[in-house]
Design a binder for this molecule. Structure first.
Ligand code: ASP
Ligand code: MG
Length: 434
């Protein structure tokens, strides 16, 4: 088999840990597999490098007004869009991964293995050239293949690729996961293993529900819907990539040999539960517009205004009209709430009555997700019943083929999460201590 193994920052966080990674890689190779390794920077290193750049910027511009929002994950906002600066930033931050790759290759050699490390241009990892947030466009893996054919382990620096003009570009925070999946796709690897400091993806956030269980198998679609559960474990873009190219991904601990969570297509995952996971999103806020004129084009004007302001709207509900006007309720990220209200105030809709803008930041969204919903009726009804039993009022509902989301008061978010987790049979059986 051809296996791509990606080691995260904590797994390569010290030279001792790098030695353990080397041992694991060699064991995999000795078991008869070809191994391509992708590494992150040592834990904390990317932050340290970004910190240096920001310190320098602060020295040069001591009295900066708070600037516009940056689209870049690493640039202080006043330098956003400054391409010369962003180019150097990418030159800087990619070095974290280069260090890990060289050290791991050395550790492999010290342990008697044959290994070579490669950085972005040597891998042939090509991107669209957008600094600090590039997308992978292709992999030319001739050199990599050659090294593999020569019996070597190839250790690739993650998080980076070359743009069309030959400059280094990085892939956004957590981007080594996407490097690994892209390599696995290009090489048609049998599996992309994401080795990390947690042992898989859980049915919900174990900090809120200690009875959360490790999910053995999850589909790409479910993982994308449960992004908030997986986000800490792997870059969501890597899941989109894996889905597009049908790469089986195995998220597991680098500290032991236990099976973790397999992320795969629905066709391969035949034993899916009705509900796979429950996610809580606290960062949403609700806006209600009352007395909205019920004429064509109004809703377009409302959401057009928000879209032009760059505000991403999640759930939307429009009520049945009574007497020529209607109510529209929707949710936005909490950080965009003030801005949304300001934008709506500018709308100047034709009046059919006094339109009011009501906003409420004290809400949260809970989602239950599972591909099994496609074939099981009554999942939403059961969810409502569970919440009703807990006396939790449901403010909004939206459903898709594999998801039911409800908005409730912030205060009930964790209770609702636990109730749904238990109600859909996801709780771990904890043996009562006798
Ligand atoms: N080192 C980069 C980061 O910290 C990329 C990665 O670890 O995947 O975001
Ligand atoms: Mg990571």
């Amino acid at each position: 088999m051809l296996i791509v193994q990606k080691y995260g920052g904590s797994s390569v966080g010290s030279v001792e840990r790098i030695r353990s990674c080397a041992a694991r890689v060699l064991a995999t190779q000795r078991a008869g597999h070809d191994v391509v390794v992708v590494v992150s920077a040592m834990a904390g290193e990317t932050n340290r490098l970004i910190g240096l750049a920001n310190q320098l910027a602060a020295l040069e511009r001591p009295t900066q007004e708070p600037g516009r929002a940056s689209s870049s994950p690493y640039v202080a906002s006043e330098r956003a869009g400054d391409r010369a600066h962003e180019r150097e930033l990418d030159q800087l931050v990619c070095t974290g991964e280069n260090v890990s790759a060289a050290l791991l290759a050395m550790a492999l050699q010290n342990a008697g293995g044959a290994a070579i490390s490669l950085v972005g241009p040597q891998i042939g990892m090509y991107t669209d050239g957008i600094y600090t947030n590039a997308r992978i466009t292709g992999v030319e893996h001739g050199r990599l293949r050659q090294a593999l054919a020569g019996g070597r382990v190839v250790v690739c620096a993650g998080f980076q690729g070359v743009g069309p003009d030959g400059n280094i570009t990085t892939l956004g925070r957590g981007g080594s996961d996407t490097s690994a999946v892209a390599l696995a796709a290009a090489l048609k690897a049998d599996v992309c293993e994401i080795l990390t400091d947690v042992d898989g993806v859980y049915t919900t956030d174990p900090r809120i529900e200690p009875r959360a269980r490790k999910i053995p198998r999850i589909t790409y679609e479910e993982m994308l819907e449960l992004a908030s559960l997986g986000a800490k474990v792997l870059q969501i873009r890597s899941v989109e990539f894996a889905m597009k190219y049908n790469v089986p991904v195995h998220v597991r601990s680098s500290l032991n040999d236990s099976e973790g969570t397999w992320i795969m297509s629905e066709q391969r995952n035949l034993e899916s539960a009705v509900v796979t996971g429950v996610a809580l999103d606290r960062n949403e806020a609700k806006v209600t517009l009352t007395n909205v004129p019920d004429v064509p084009g109004t809703v377009a004007a409302i959401f057009g205004q928000l879209a032009r302001a760059g505000i991403i709207v999640d759930m939307i509900i429009q009520n049945a009209s009574r007497g020529g006007s209607t109510d529209v309720t929707f949710t936005v990220p909490e950080s965009d709430l003030r801005n949304a209200v300001v934008e709506l105030g500018r709308l100047g809709l034709p009046e059919s009555g006094p339109m009011e803008i009501l906003s409420d930041p004290e809400i949260c969204k809970i989602s239950i997700v599972g591909v099994g919903m496609r074939t099981h009726a009554g999942v939403a009804a059961l969810a409502f019943e569970i919440l009703g039993r807990e006396n939790i009022n449901i403010q909004m509902v939206s459903t898709s083929e594999i998801k039911v989301s409800v908005v409730v008061h912030d205060r009930y978010g964790e209770l609702a999460l636990r109730a749904l987790h238990a109600g859909f049979g996801l709780d771990l059986e904890i043996e009562a201590a006798v």
